[in-house]
Structure formats: C-alpha cells, structure tokens
Design a protein around this ligand. Structure first.
Ligand code: OFO
Length: 169
C-alpha cells in the first residue's frame, strides 16, 4: 500500500511524463517540417521513451494498490527558431524533470516508503542518461552553428537511434 501523498505525487509524475511525450511530439513535427528525418527519428524514440516512463509509474501505482487519477496534459510549446533552439529547450526540460524525480524521491524518504525509494532509483539513473544524451547532441549543434553540411551529417547520425523498451524498476 502507498500513502496518499506518495500516490498523488506519482500520479503527478505520470502527467509530467505524458507532457514530455507531448512536447517531444511537437518537436518531432517541427523537424518533420524541416525534412530532417534523423532528428524526426530521434524525437520519435524520445516520445516512446516518455510513454514508457509514464506507463512504468502508472503500473507501479496500481501494483502498490494506489489509485490512478489522470489529469489534463498541458499544451506544449510548438515554435522554435532552430534545431539548436529545440535542443536547448529539451535540456532545460529534462533538467526540470530531474528535479521532479528528485522531489518524488524526497516524498518517498519523508513517508518512509522504501519500495517507492527503490523503484525511483531507476528514474534517477534514467535522468542522468537523458541529460547526457541531450547534452551530447546540444554540444554538436553548438559546434555546427550554420554549417548545413555538418547538420546533415548529424541528422544521419540521429537516424540510427532505436527504441529499446526499458525494463523499469
Ligand atoms: Fe521521462 O525522461 Fe524525459 O522527460
């Protein structure tokens, strides 16, 4: 059984992860308009990952006898000025998600919910990977500046990303 406080915090995170998927869908559409198919692929994988993150939390709440309460998903930003602008927004967003996950871990500590604390370790580690992979692309985009040829090479590289369904928890 989980406490009401932990249950509510986890439901909120389901919403945050769904928002992430929604935001990345909007970014995918942006790259689609630019015909950058590798970036589109990268965003597609990102969307699938976020859906998996949401589902992992959703399943955990039910496994622990909690109640699922789904809230409305906020409308995401849909306008960016460049691929660099998008990736700067992604890093900022992932840093925010990291702080949300850390807050969840704080709730697990406060409520002495050892199972939730253990479960959330996966998300803490995942955020390290998320920030690192986004920072990698961002560093490359900063080097590329206005070099269209280099941008196409990066696009080709991002086309290789594949979704591996995560084993959460
Ligand atoms: Fe779910 O990691 Fe990104 O937001």
């Amino acid at each position: 059984m989980i406490s009401e406080k932990m249950n509510a915090a986890l439901n909120k995170q389901v919403n945050a992860e769904m928002y992430s998927a929604y935001l990345y869908l909007a970014m995918q559409a942006y790259f689609n308009k630019l015909n950058l198919t590798g970036f589109v692929n990268w965003m597609n994988v990102q969307v699938q990952e976020e859906m998996a993150h949401a589902k992992g939390l959703y399943d955990y709440i039910q496994e622990r006898g909690g109640e699922i309460v789904l809230d409305a998903i906020e409308k995401p930003e849909q306008n960016w000025n460049s691929p660099l602008d998008v990736f700067e927004a992604i890093l900022k967003h992932e840093q925010l998600v990291t702080s949300l996950i850390n807050n969840l871990a704080d709730v697990a500590d406060e409520t002495k919910d050892r199972a939730a604390g253990l479960f959330l370790q996966w998300y803490i580690k995942e955020q390290v990977e998320e920030e690192a992979s986004v920072s990698g692309v961002l560093d490359t985009l900063r080097m590329i500046k206005d070099d269209a040829h280099a941008l196409l090479l990066l696009d080709r590289e991002l086309a290789a990303r594949v979704f591996n369904p995560p084993v959460i928890g």
